[in-house]
Design a protein around this ligand. Structure first.
Ligand code: FAD
Length: 446
C-alpha cells in the first residue's frame, strides 16, 4: 500500500514538500485553512473588473535556484521574466541614478551600478565595495561573529559612515531582511550579499512573474500534485496532531474528522505553531523556539493609472515613504498601467487607514516623477500584512529548526526553518524539499 503523508499548510513550503513526495509515489494530502492555496503568496481579486494580484508585491532574484528549478519542473518557467534593464535609484527631487547589473564577471557586475549612485560622494561609493568584500570574507570564515552583531553595527565597524548607511545599506537590509538595520542580524545580510547581490551576475538579476505568482508557482504546483494522485484540501483548518505510542499518527481537522498518516509535515508560520503544538509531548522546545520569531509587516499598494507613464520595471526610492516601485506589463482595457509600491518593515504604516496609504503612495510618485502629475489613478488596492516575515534578529539563526522534530514521524517546513537563507520564497522552497527528503528517508526504514 502507498505510504501516506499529510501536510498542514498550503503555502509554497507545503506545496513543494507535497510535490517532491508525490513524485516519489507517496500519497500526499495538503490541508490549507484558507479558501485558496499559496499562503503568503496567494492571489486576491481587488475588484470585479480587475485581474487577480499577488498578496503584496513579491520579487525573486536569479539566486533562487531551487524555486527556478521548481518552475522548470512544473512547466511554468516561461511565466517568469528576468529584468535586465536599469533599476534606478530615484531622489526626492526626481534625479535618477541608473543602477544596473552590468554584463561583467562577478563581483564586477555590481561596480558600475554602485559607481552610478550619484547621491553619495565618490569616496562613499568606493567604500561600499570595501564593506561588500568584508562581508563576503566574514560570510565564508566567521559566520558565528556575524550573527552576534546587528547589520548596522557590523557595517559601521566595516567603515560605513552615516551617508552610506542611510543612502544605500538601509535600503538593502530592509528590502531583503524586512528588518531595520539597527535590529537585523549581520549574518543574513552577508548571506544575501554573498549568494545574491554580489554572487554570480545572473544570480543578482530581478525575476518577476508576468502576471502573478499564483500563475507562476502556486496553481501549476497544485495541478502537478493532483496529476500525481495527491489531494489539496482548502478551507480546512487542522486543529490538532494525533499521537500514539510516542509518535505522530495524523491530524484532526476543524470538523472533528480524524485523518491518519504515516508521516505529517507542519508548514505553519512560527506564530501559528505555538498554540498548535501546545500540549503535544516532546514539542515543548519547538514551542519555546517558535516564540522567538517575531513578525514584521510589509505594506504594498497597487495603483491603476489611466495611462502608462513609468518606463522601468522597478526603481528604488531614496529616503521615500516607500522603498520600491514595480511596474506590471499587462493591464485590462481601460487601465493604462499598474504600479506597485512597497514598504518593508512597515511598523508605522501598517496601522494606517488604507485610503491614507494610497494617497501617500500617489503623492510620493507625483512629487518625484513629473509624468505622474498628468496621470490619474483610477483604482487603488492596499495590502497591509502585519506578519509578512519574521524579524531577522542577531542570535536567531541558531534557533531555526531543521526538518526533523523531537516527535517521531513529524517534520517541519516553512521559511523560518534552517535553510541558511532569510525568510523568502527560496527559503520556503528549500525547507519543503528538506522536509520531503527527511520524511522519505524515514519511510525507507518502515
Ligand atoms: C507582502 C509580502 C511580501 C513579500 N515579499 C517577498 C519577496 O519579494 N521575495 C520573497 O522571496 N519573499 C517575500 N515574502 C515572503 C514570502 O512570501 C514567504 O517567505 C513565503 O511565502 C513563506 O511560505 P511558507 O510556505 O513558509 O509559509 P506560508 O505561506 O505562511 O504558508 C503556511 C500556510 O499554512 C496555513 N495554515 C496555518 N495554520 C493552519 C492550520 N491550522 N491548518 C491548515 N493550514 C494552516 C496558512 O494559511 C498558510 O497558507 C513576502 C511576504 C509578504 C507577506
Amino acid at each position: 500500500m502507498k505510504r501516506r503523508v499529510i501536510i498542514v499548510g498550503g503555502g509554497i513550503a507545503g506545496l513543494t514538500a507535497a510535490l517532491r513526495l508525490a513524485e516519489r509515489g507517496i500519497a500526499v494530502t495538503i490541508f490549507e485553512r484558507d479558501a485558496v492555496p499559496g499562503g503568503r503568496i496567494r492571489t486576491v481579486r481587488p475588484a470585479a473588473d480587475l485581474p487577480p494580484v499577488d498578496w503584496g508585491q513579491h520579487l525573486m532574484i536569479g539566486a533562487y535556484h531551487a524555486t527556478l528549478k521548481l518552475a522548470d519542473d512544473i512547466g511554468s518557467r516561461a511565466t517568469l521574466m528576468t529584468a535586465t534593464g536599469a533599476t534606478p535609484f530615484v531622489e526626492r527631487d526626481g534625479t535618477h541614478y541608473p543602477y544596473r547589473i552590468a554584463p561583467l564577471p562577478a563581483p564586477l557586475h555590481s561596480l558600475p551600478g554602485i559607481l552610478s549612485l550619484g547621491h553619495l560622494p565618490l569616496s562613499t561609493r568606493l567604500g561600499l565595495g570595501r564593506a561588500v568584500a568584508k562581508a563576503l570574507f566574514a560570510h565564508r570564515f566567521d559566520r558565528a561573529t556575524l550573527d552576534t552583531l546587528t547589520a548596522r553595527k557590523w557595517l559601521s565597524q566595516s567603515g560605513q559612515g552615516e551617508r552610506a548607511l542611510n543612502g544605500f545599506w538601509e535600503a538593502v537590509v530592509v528590502s531583503t531582511l524586512n528588518t531595520p538595520s539597527h535590529e537585523a542580524s549581520a549574518l543574513p545580510l552577508a548571506t544575501v550579499l554573498a549568494r545574491g547581490l554580489f554572487g554570480k551576475r545572473r544570480d543578482a538579476l530581478n525575476i518577476l512573474p508576468r502576471t502573478t505568482f499564483d500563475e507562476s508557482l502556486i496553481a501549476p504546483t497544485v495541478r502537478r500534485i493532483t496529476d500525481l494522485g495527491g489531494t489539496v484540501v482548502t478551507g480546512r483548518r487542522i486543529v490538532r496532531l494525533t499521537v500514539a505510542e510516542g509518535r505522530c499518527t495524523g491530524v484532526i481537522d476543524d470538523t472533528g474528522a480524524r485523518h491518519i498518516a504515516d508521516r505529517c509535515i507542519l508548514t505553519l508560520a512560527p506564530w501559528d505553531i505555538g498554540p498548535f503544538v501546545a500540549d503535544v509531548p516532546h514539542l515543548e522546545r519547538l514551542r519555546a523556539v517558535s516564540k522567538q520569531f517575531v513578525p514584521s509587516p510589509i505594506v504594498s499598494v497597487d495603483l491603476w493609472y489611466d495611462r502608462p507613464w513609468f518606463a522601468h520595471p522597478a526603481a528604488t526610492l531614496i529616503d521615500g515613504a516607500f522603498h520600491w516601485i514595480f511596474s506590471h506589463p499587462h493591464e485590462p482595457d481601460g487601465y493604462g498601467q499598474r504600479l506597485s509600491l512597497v514598504l518593508s518593515a512597515a511598523d508605522e504604516l501598517v496601522t494606517r487607514d488604507p485610503a491614507a496609504i494610497a494617497t501617500l503612495a500617489e503623492s510620493e510618485l507625483r512629487d518625484r516623477f513629473p509624468a505622474a502629475r498628468d496621470a490619474t489613478v483610477l483604482k487603488h488596492f492596499v495590502i497591509r500584512e502585519p506578519r509578512a516575515t519574521y524579524r531577522s534578529r542577531p542570535g536567531l539563526e541558531t534557533h531555526r529548526p531543521g526538518p526533523a522534530t523531537a516527535l517521531p514521524r513529524l517534520y517541519l517546513a516553512g521559511d523560518w526553518c534552517a535553510t541558511g537563507l532569510p525568510a523568502t520564497i527560496e527559503g520556503a522552497v528549500l525547507s519543503g524539499e528538506a522536509a520531503a527528503r527527511a520524511a522519505l528517508d524515514d519511510t525507507a526504514h518502515d
